[in-house]
Design a protein around this ligand. Structure first.
Ligand SMILES: [Mn+2]
Length: 464
């Protein structure tokens, strides 16, 4: 008899608690392995019969390893021989790029995983050559990370913030880039439709001005010459280098229109970003050019943001957006009715797509007011009905740094949150991305903040 998804939820919470308290290494390892299996079970169990199954594996720091091909519920298992090794295969040329200190992968891991064969990325068919855009990408990619004093190198935890990467970005270059970006974004509908040819696809959550970590994402997963990306918003605010993040992603979007997709987050909005750092960043950065220039740069970005699409439908089975569902949305086609350019309203579908959250308390079903003071929270039955009506397997969204792992399942495994800003505001959290293969196998890739040993020490400290 299959386990109910609800059992999995209570188990997950329990296992996390156990992992925090336990000092027994073997027990910890087994708890983590069980957690991976529990997530896989949760994803599989909610699948309606007769449709394609989503598989889920976790790779990266916390729970590394790939599952063998799953053909039925009874064959769920973990194959030690098929451990994913894309970390080695895509080792960054500049290892210093990895702001988050990733674990060393044991050499014995087998790289000939049968699951890797389906993940051959195709070279971008459509590459737009604009000298300014090329030059910006080159400058942003090649800018050196400043040296860290030896004393801080030894103890990364004592380093409150990553050193900034210095890139010269002239205001006039930004204005021109924004014009090209608008032309590129105008061609897309409010609901992006990403087809099978674009898979495999890496889906990223909040970046929040962490430019160095964003470069780490590309050095880990590959550049968009071959690898497709969907970014789910919140590029600016909070972190120190929102300008670099926005310029870099917009430039890549322009250059690789069939490989890079960008959605709007609640921070891609004049009102929000006035209060959370990006406005100040623009003013400070261009202070020497006169106050009016800073304002103009800020406004140029805001104009582009008004053109960003609001959701993405991936190969007919996964829906991605920054926030979540809306009581104003019956079918996904409603998203296309949102006219752009637009501001984010205080109420309505466009507002909910970037602001709503799944209910933190899963016993609270249906729609409820959001503690954020804007938009709503939604419970499992809302998600279930919406997925059934729209033939969706999974909803992937960002918007919340809910725990230390960078990802979290909600609504009985139907909703997955990914957050791609490791050590967000010095919270020591990991970052996560979701990689969706051509046959819809989903894999979480973790960007670790601290070395495992260090983390273990922190966890041990927490229990004392
Ligand atoms: Mn957000």
């Amino acid at each position: 008899m299959p386990r109910k998804a609800a059992d999995h939820k209570s188990y997950l919470v329990g296992s996390e608690r156990t992992a925090m308290c336990s000092k027994n290494k073997a027990e910890r390892a087994s708890v983590k392995r069980n957690k991976v299996i529990a997530i896989l079970v949760a994803v599989l169990l909610r699948r309606p019969r007769g449709t394609r199954r989503l598989q889920c594996t976790i790779r990266g720091g916390r729970a590394r390893g790939a599952f063998g091909r799953v053909t039925s519920r009874s064959s769920i298992g973990m194959s030690q021989n098929s451990i994913a090794t894309s970390e080695e295969k895509k080792k960054p040329e500049n290892s210093d790029e990895q702001h988050s200190d990733h674990d060393n992968v044991p050499e014995s891991e087998d790289s000939s995983s049968s699951d890797e064969e389906e993940e051959v990325e195709e070279v971008a068919k459509d590459i737009v050559q604009i000298p300014l855009v090329n030059s910006l990408i080159y400058r942003l990619l090649s800018a050196k990370v400043p040296d860290v004093p030896d004393a801080l190198k030894k103890d990364p935890l004592s380093r409150p913030t990553a050193p900034l990467i210095d890139v010269e970005l002239k205001p006039e270059d930004i204005f021109k880039l924004c014009e090209h970006a608008i032309e590129s974004l105008k061609k897309q509908k409010s609901l992006l439709r990403i087809d099978n040819a674009t898979l495999p696809l890496v889906v990223c959550g909040d970046i929040h001005g962490q430019f160095r970590d964003l470069r780490g994402v590309f050095s880990k997963m590959g550049l968009p010459y071959t690898q497709s990306y969907l970014f789910m918003g919140d590029y600016v605010d909070r972190g120190a280098q929102g300008i670099e993040v926005a310029v870099f992603l917009l430039a890549l979007k322009i250059k690789f229109p069939t490989k890079v997709f960008m959605l709007r987050g609640n921070h891609e909005d004049r009102h929000t970003t006035m209060s959370y750092g990006f406005y100040d960043e623009c003013m400070k950065r261009y202070a020497d050019d006169g106050e009016a220039i800073g304002e103009k740069v800020f406004s140029a970005f805001m104009t582009v943001f008004n053109y960003l699409p609001l959701a993405a439908h991936i190969d007919g089975v996964i829906l991605c957006m920054h926030g979540g569902l809306s009581p104003h949305m019956t079918t996904i086609d409603d998203i296309d009715k949102i006219q752009r350019p637009c501001i984010i309203p205080a109420y309505g579908l466009a507002c909910d797509l970037v602001w709503s959250d799944p209910s933190a308390d899963e016993t609270r079903d249906g729609w409820s007011m959001s503690p954020r003071g804007i938009s709503f929270n939604f419970g499992p039955s809302i998600v279930e009905e919406f997925c059934k009506r729209n033939k969706l397997d999974l909803i992937v969204r960002a918007h919340q740094c809910t725990n230390n792992d960078g990802y979290k399942f909600a609504c009985k495994g139907r909703v997955l949150t990914v957050f791609t800003a490791p050590n967000y505001q010095n919270q020591k959290n990991d970052g996560a991305m979701l990689r969706i293969s051509k046959n819809h196998k989903c894999r979480l890739v973790i960007l670790r903040t601290t070395k495992k040993k260090k983390r273990q020490e922190i966890e041990d400290d927490c229990t004392e």
